[in-house]
Structures are given as C-alpha cells and as structure tokens.
Design a protein around this ligand. Structure first.
Ligand SMILES: [Zn+2]
Length: 98
C-alpha cells in the first residue's frame, strides 16, 4: 500500500504508527509529523474519477450534473467534496465576480 501524507503530500519518510481503536493502521509523516490512518480502499470509483469530479464541481458544475456525468450518486459526490474540499468555499471561488 502506498503511504502518502494527506497534509504535506510527502511519499517519503512515512512511518507506521501502530493501530487505532478500530484496528486501522495509522502512519506518521516524518516530514510534518502528521499522523493519519491508512485505510483499506473501499471505493467504487478510482482516484482519477474522484479528482475529476471534484474539479468539475469547483469549476462550476452542479453536484447533480457531475454525478450524472460519472454515473455516481449525488450524495456520494457531496461526500467526496466535503472530504476533499476542506475549507474550500465554492461561493468564494470567483463565481459572481467580474
Ligand atoms: Zn506530512
């Protein structure tokens, strides 16, 4: 399994850091000291599709239309956006400005 820090994106110097209460392997980033979980991937969609869908969403497509393009449910889509777009506010993303 590829270990990559979710905070700084570093793929090197990632150390195993034991397991958490639910038995999920956690890792520690040697670069920024962030600890994170290494969860087994249980996704129906590939990382590429996710990334693309989220890009489209932030480019101005509605969650529903993005979902339709990729054949995924709207709630699925919104879950990804919530997880991936932490702190990103679509309304401040240049929309409505000249
Ligand atoms: Zn890191």
């Amino acid at each position: 399994m590829r270990k990559e820090c979710p905070r700084c994106g570093s793929g090197t110097n990632q150390m195993l850091n034991g397991k958490n209460r639910s038995g999920t392997q956690t890792c520690l980033c040697g670069k920024c000291k962030k600890s994170y979980t290494l969860e087994p991937k249980r996704r129906d969609y590939s990382e590429e599709v996710r990334t693309l869908a989220i890009k489209e969403y932030y480019a101005g497509a509605s969650g529903r239309s993005v979902g339709r393009i990729h054949g995924m449910s709207k709630s699925n889509e919104y879950n990804w956006i919530k997880k991936t777009g932490q702190g990103v506010d679509k309304s401040k993303n240049g929309r409505g400005r000249i």
